[in-house]
Design a protein around this ligand. Structure first.
Ligand code: AMP
Length: 432
């Protein structure tokens, strides 16, 4: 399997962008899917959001647009990506624009809930890439504003959600309008029988790419959840690092912060407290990140403070402890983060801190992993108040997450003085 982007048969402008984005290592879904797609294979991908699946299909498609540019006729598109929601369609379109920054191509998006005129206008000249939700797309097709007969690449993203939302009929109708000869890509987080039936209808001799959720490796990982006021997080972290420094093996620790700034501040505060730490995040140059990682791998710096994106591809065997200093607001990231420890069959410990403004994030994570993370109430800074708020369905006020930071006893103690709302309605939270 190709393990670097450099070794992949991608055009130079795409590789340049990846370097600028500091993407060095393909994620597992990218390592598997990109070479197959470049060969022209259909793909049945079982991968969730957060695995890097968007780049896994956007890069080979952009590669084809770059190496084989063609004139586009009115109302036509060469690439059709169907996504279940406007948000997802927007994210996919943004990814195409980001990865294709140095490629000449035209893209437009089509979704409901907004006026159709700009969409009709955009399609008049035709586009290379059309990212759409099924309902509005069909509307415009029925009005004669879109012609799917020139589609070379067809991507169905998040099929499970699409079917959950009742789009099966629409999707089937759209498929019937596509030309027979095309390359099809099909992504779903799960493969229930109705999804497999749909895949069989679309795909020709597909290659299967399955990214097993890292939850399976998590069996070796001991997980703990600490309810702790934000102002006490630093004390608790130092206590954990002290214990970790006495470990006989797997001494390395990754601490996750949510923001770049917070991670920087935290690394500085830890170093000042005697726990040498380096921060890696998207604002650091490739060279700086590689240097920090090399020092970490050699054990010269025992603590790495990282953001989620920066930690992708960090594959270090001896990480004994992962600390979620800030809980991730994307629940999938929790699974990726704790998977940094317990590598190569070793046991690992993952400790997560939950302050008042992270109670909702904790709910999302536990819903995703379908388990309650075992509570650690034995530490000195345990907050019974927060644990109770979590238990009774308290909804934290929406505040911007500061992330990381030194903190201390003098810091804000966010669980005090905030009214507790424990109504049933509060519990029925709509998803972000
Ligand atoms: P996705 O699963 O496509 O939504 O991607 C999840 C996140 O990972 C996005 O923020 C991407 O920008 C980022 N990402 C994707 N591939 C890589 C990579 N190879 N290295 C670093 N970050 C990546």
């Amino acid at each position: 399997m190709t393990t670097t982007f450099e070794a992949m048969a991608l055009a130079a402008p795409l590789k340049q962008v990846l370097t600028e984005l500091n993407y060095t290592t393909p994620s597992p879904v990218q390592a598997q899917a990109i070479p197959l797609l470049l060969e022209g294979r259909d793909i049945l991908g079982c991968a969730q959001t957060g695995t890097g699946k968007t780049a896994s299909f956007a890069l080979p498609i952009l590669n084809a647009l770059h190496s084989d540019p063609r004139p586009i006729r009115t109302k036509q598109c060469r690439v059709l990506v169907l996504a279940p929601t406007r948000e997802l369609a927007g994210q996919v379109a943004k990814s195409f624009s980001t990865y294709g920054e140095k490629v000449r191509f035209r893209l437009t998006t089509i979704w409901g809930g907004v006026g159709q005129r700009p969409q009709v206008n955009a399609m008049r000249a035709g586009v290379d890439v059309l990212v759409a939700t099924p309902g509005r797309l069909l509307d415009l097709i029925d009005q004669g504003c879109i012609d799917l007969s020139a589609v070379d690449f067809f991507v169905l993203d998040e099929v499970d959600r699409m079917l959950d939302m009742g789009f099966l009929r629409d999707v089937n109708r759209i498929i019937d309008l596509l030309p027979k000869k095309k390359q099809s890509l099909f992504f779903s987080a799960t493969l229930a029988p109705n999804i497999v039936t749909l895949a069989q209808k679309i795909l020709k001799n597909p290659a299967h790419v399955t990214i097993t959720p890292e939850v399976t490796t998590a069996e070796r990982i001991q997980q703990k959840l600490c309810f702790v006021d934000r102002g006490n997080k630093m004390y608790l972290l130092q206590q954990l690092l002290e214990k970790q420094s006495q470990a006989s093996e797997a001494k390395l620790t990754i601490v996750f912060g949510r923001t770049k700034h917070g991670s920087n501040k935290l690394a500085i505060a830890l170093t000042a407290a005697g726990y040498e730490a380096e921060a890696i995040h998207g604002n650091k140059s490739q060279a700086q990140r590689e240097k920090a990682l090399a020092k970490f791998k050699q054990g010269l710096v025992p603590v790495l403070v990282a953001t989620d994106v920066a930690a992708r591809g960090v594959d270090v065997k001896d990480i004994g402890l992962v600390v979620n200093y800030d809980l991730p607001n994307e629940p999938e990231a929790y699974v990726h983060r704790i998977g940094r420890t317990g590598r190569a069959g070793a046991d690992g410990l993952a400790v997560s801190f939950c302050a008042e403004d992270e109670i909702d994030f904790l709910r999302d994570i536990e819903k995703l992993i379908k388990n309650q993370i075992p509570r650690d109430t034995s530490h000195q800074w345990h907050s019974e108040n927060l644990q109770e708020k979590h238990r009774t369905g308290f909804k934290p006020p929406k505040v911007k997450q500061g992330g990381g930071g030194g903190g201390g006893r003098g810091g804000q103690s966010s669980s005090q003085g905030t009214p507790s709302r424990t109504s049933g309605a509060a519990r029925r939270r709509t998803r972000r």
